[in-house]
Write a protein that binds this ligand. Structure first.
Ligand code: SF4
Ligand code: SF4
Length: 90
């Protein structure tokens, strides 16, 4: 009886791990949902802060006079892309 319970428990644990691996794999194939697609060209960015002003997610900071997007905060509204006068953020 104990052996059966242990075997069943092990089977459930293996199924859970496999399920989690599937979810992770699906997430990776769909791509990240926040921010990862945005980049800033430091050669074009003037540090004017226009992107900072329009970002409602508070996802952009200026570091060494260049915009930096925090992918954990960005909601991909692309307001910053429209606001940048130098096409530095894309
Ligand atoms: S609006 Fe454009 S140029 Fe200005 S800080 Fe943002 S990315 Fe840089
Ligand atoms: S896409 Fe929207 S949320 Fe993301 S950094 Fe630009 S303005 Fe902020």
């Amino acid at each position: 009886m104990n052996k059966t319970v242990r075997t069943l428990g092990l089977a459930i644990a293996v199924a859970l791990v496999a399920g989690l691996a599937c979810v992770k794999s699906l997430e990776q194939s769909l791509g990240p949902t926040k921010g990862a697609y945005l980049s800033v060209d430091p050669g074009l960015c003037s540090g004017c802060r226009k992107c900072v002003a329009v970002c409602n997610a508070d996802a952009i900071t200026i570091v060494s006079n260049k915009a930096v997007v925090d992918p954990t905060k960005c909601i991909q509204c692309f307001k910053c892309v429209d606001a940048c006068p130098y096409d530095a953020i894309y």
